[in-house]
Design a protein around this ligand. Structure first.
Ligand SMILES: CC(C)(COP(=O)(O)OP(=O)(O)OC[C@H]1O[C@@H](n2cnc3c(N)ncnc32)[C@H](O)[C@@H]1OP(=O)(O)O)[C@@H](O)C(=O)NCCC(=O)NCCS
Length: 198
């Protein structure tokens, strides 16, 4: 079945699920983000990517009801029947500091990677940054994180510095690569970002 990802702003109810998937996504980092707190902060913004999940054992019965019900209404909760569960497969979290944006976390559960989801989450962050009037975006990642490095370079982010031994790695430490975007309000950059459709 074709994957149909949806993107939306985080809601308070997502906090528990985000805490659960954080450790699955960032396997090398011992992160324990307090998402409940983060979601409430005005200086933070979180986008999530979800997919619909059918409830096991109820598939045929509920699929039948849903298709029948959909003939009459677009809102599925009106009858109080929760036919499908949405679950989160990726998210991006940013920190707004004056006219700069820091992408603090961006990640996708491993089985859903390489399907364009990380890129869409990244584009949501960049679009939000442009539309909120920010000048540039900063972020960092592990030296070994080729997937992330390629993604940032694809959107013309440049390496500004290396933080030696910044991240723990098994019994060693690993360097952090610090990236900075071009000036995101420039028209060439907006063209690059908005030519990609969500
Ligand atoms: C980085 C990450 C978010 C990319 O998400 P994704 O959904 O797999 O990426 P996409 O399919 O959208 O790919 C977008 C671009 O990223 C780069 N990329 C993604 N996976 C890659 C891989 N395995 N190898 C090399 N480049 C890769 C490519 O440039 C790709 O563009 P292309 O398809 O035109 O080549 C994902 O690998 C991830 O969640 N990693 C763990 C968490 C993490 O390290 N986050 C970043 C540091 S905070």
């Amino acid at each position: 079945m074709k994957l149909v990802p949806k993107y939306r702003d985080v809601v308070t109810d997502d906090a528990k699920e985000l805490s659960k998937i954080e450790s699955h996504i960032f396997t090398m980092d011992n992160l324990k983000t307090n998402f409940k707190k983060e979601i409430r902060k005005d200086s933070k913004k979180i986008f999530v990517c979800t997919i619909e999940k059918r409830k096991k054992n109820q598939r045929n019965f509920y699929t039948f009801i849903k298709s029948f019900y959909n003939l009459f209404s677009k809102t599925k909760n009106e009858l109080g029947i929760n036919i499908f569960d949405d679950f989160i497969i990726g998210y991006a979290k940013i920190w707004i500091i004056l006219d700069e944006i820091h992408i603090e976390q961006i990640g996708v559960i491993d089985t859903y990677r390489k399907q364009g989801i990380g890129e869409q989450l990244f584009l949501l962050c960049v679009k939000y940054s442009i539309e909120s009037g920010s000048k540039k975006i900063l972020l960092e990642c592990r030296n070994s994180n080729k997937a992330a490095i390629n993604l940032y370079k694809k959107y013309l982010f440049k390496i500004t510095s290396i933080r030696k031994n910044y991240y723990p790695y098994k019994n060693f430490r690993e360097d952090a690569i610090c990236f900075e975007s071009p000036e995101i309000q420039k028209s060439f950059y907006k063209k690059l970002i908005y030519k990609k459709k969500n």
